[in-house]
Write a protein that binds this ligand. Structure first.
Ligand code: ZN
Length: 50
């Protein structure tokens, strides 16, 4: 199976969806992934997509 191209790596990278978020509590802007996103600065769940 090593003879089948090398394009799979690019597909793996594209699967990761990073969304820009902003925290309503402290105003921190960060990149979030997944369904449950919390602010990395104050751990608040009160975040919105920026
Ligand atoms: Zn915050």
């Amino acid at each position: 199976m090593c003879s089948v191209g090398g394009g799979d790596f690019n597909l793996e990278i594209e699967k990761i969806e990073v969304t820009r978020y902003r925290c309503n509590d402290c105003g921190n802007k960060f990149d979030g992934m997944g369904e449950k996103v919390v602010c990395p600065s104050c751990h608040s769940e009160n975040v919105v997509k920026a």
